[in-house]
Design a protein around this ligand. Sequence first.
Ligand code: NAP
Length: 257
Amino acid sequence: MTDPTGEFSDRIVVVTGASQGIGAATALAFAQAGATVVAGCPALESERHRQAVADWREAAGLSAERVAPITADVSQVEEVTQFYDTVKKHFGRVDVLVNNAGINRDHTLAKMTDEEWRAVLAVNLDGTFFNCRGVLPLIVEKGRIINISSMVAQTGNFGVANYAASKAGILGLTKSLALELAPRGITVNAVCPGFIDTDMTKGIPDDILQGYLERIPLGRAGLPEDVAATVLFLASPGAGYLTGQSLGVNGGLYTGD
Ligand code: NAP
């Protein structure tokens, strides 16, 4: 259910890649805390995505006014421009942007194709850039930008050079944009999830998966809701003096910065 007096009531929150996984959990948590959520979905399969958003919205008992699916492939600058034109027309402003949309195309570097490299950089890094730039004319003073990076940006991992490079790029973008937007009171931070139980991690072979799980000090895989809670904290008034940072949500798997 929605809390009309919730912490985010009257806030307009954009979450990209909100049809499932971490994006859906984050969008849902914001909506339950009173926000009006723009649920970004890739344009190519918009009907499937619209249905996916409607499914989690209805399951949570939220009204259609609370969650608006709007389509844009984040890797396509024209679609992102159109996306913010639509957001401006319907909502007039943005309070919080969560850059969550992401893909992986894993291969060791020796076997990685140009297409796999470019596709991952295009969605994860270009997409974050296009959305950060696109939201600038609309985001309010003291607004929040939260970019979903990854623990592998901090540690690297076998077979994910394209993904790790894209997520490390997001950390550099986050720090630089934090400095550029500080005069407007807008904070820009990153979240670095570790191993989170979503479709993205479902393809991991069982033996490798077991190895990951055994190494997590908190003894379990992360849930999309664990990441969502951190994103909501970063968007909350209490996090107003926190900018240019990256927060790990990894069950203790990596304890560096
Ligand atoms: P997921 O379940 O695969 O969800 C990814 C979402 O992004 C989906 O809604 C997807 O739609 C959307 N998306 C993909 N390409 C897009 C595009 N070009 N334009 C717009 N939307 C697009 O993955 P997840 O695990 O929730 O991941 C969410 C974010 O967390 C990603 O940035 C991921 O890199 C990051 N992350 C995940 C983990 C983990 O362990 N799961 C760890 C660290 C970081 P479609 O499914 O239709 O493509």
